[in-house]
Design a protein around this ligand. Structure first.
Ligand code: AMP
Length: 283
């Protein structure tokens, strides 16, 4: 079956419901497009674990703040269509903003406990935009499973919370971070980096790995670990600056002072026009 491209939300819902009523295991991969290997691996996971693969491609305006990169966000619909088709995607849902947000649209989904920390601090309203659009996408497609990347760990934690709280009938699968050979987490926003910035960018992942190793060698004080990471970034990434580094509980995202069993080291770095996020689990 060749890939179907649907732009109308009602048609997408009809098709997705029909598939589900036929007993198909449907898998949804929500994206903002400009596909890289990270997106493709999520699609591949869905291809291997579902009968029918649905991919949404929507640069959701409500999750961008004023002055953020909504208008300059990289887009390449033709290439994305080709790549999705090559991955065996069944339906590519690519709605317009007007179709997703009709005049008078007013409902908002909030998950306050998981929205205020980390990226939520510098991006007010971002996670409300994410939760609302993901809720809409899940209700439009009612997938058996929805796949999200661990690169956006806070987003994944929030979606898991929302799905439980609202009893949405979907299993959420978190996919491990897909990296470039030099360790940089893949991101559509890596396209913003100049060659000099790109050359320094792997320092983010290297710093995460070193900090995790220090934790595993017995340093359990989060302040000391975070100090190490921030000095590392200062030395190794002179073109960039650290927006935040935090060690939090992996599910509740509450800040930790001591590492007991597991903590998530989550960071955001500004590098030229790009804001890059990454994380690693410390045990
Ligand atoms: P985006 O198009 O950036 O909104 O990403 C769409 C989905 O792909 C989200 O669930 C992301 O977490 C996931 N994703 C993006 N980059 C990566 C990556 N490098 N590794 C794993 N998942 C990713």
């Amino acid at each position: 079956m060749s890939m179907q491209i649907i732009t109308d939300p009602n048609r997408f819902q009809e098709q997705a419901l029909k598939l589900r009523c036929q007993g198909k295991v449907t898998g949804l991969v929500p994206t903002m497009g400009y596909f890289h290997e990270g997106h493709l691996r999520l699609m591949r996971w869905a291809r291997e674990n579902a009968d029918t693969v649905l991919v949404s491609l929507f640069v959701n305006p409500t999750q961008f703040g004023p002055g953020e990169d909504l208008t300059s966000y990289p887009r390449d619909m033709e290439r994305d269509k080709e790549l999705a088709a090559l991955e065996g995607v069944d339906i590519l849902f690519a709605p317009s903003s007007e179709a997703m947000y009709e005049p008078g649209f007013s409902t908002r989904v909030q998950v306050p406990a998981l929205s205020r920390t980390l990226c939520g601090e510098s991006r007010p309203g971002h996670f409300e935009g994410v939760a609302t659009v993901v809720a809409k996408l899940l209700v439009l497609s009612l997938p058996v499973v929805a796949v999200f990347g661990e690169k956006d760990w806070q987003q994944l934690a929030l979606i898991r919370r929302m799905v439980r709280d609202l009893n949405l009938p979907v299993a959420v699968h978190g996919h491990p971070i897909v990296r470039e050979e030099d360790g940089l987490a893949m991101s559509s926003r890596n396209a913003y980096l100049t060659p000099d910035q790109r050359a320094q960018a792997p320092a983010i992942h290297q710093g995460l790995v070193r900090t995790r190793d220090i934790a595993e060698q017995g340093e359990r004080d989060c302040r000391a670990l975070l100090d190490f990471f921030s000095s590392w970034i200062k030395e190794q990434l002179p073109l960039g600056s650290l927006e935040y580094a935090a060690i939090v509980h992996p599910q509740t995202l509450e800040p930790l002072t001591e590492l007991e069993d597991e903590g998530l080291l989550a960071v955001a770095v500004r590098l030229g026009r790009a804001r890059l996020i990454d994380n690693i689990v410390c045990r």
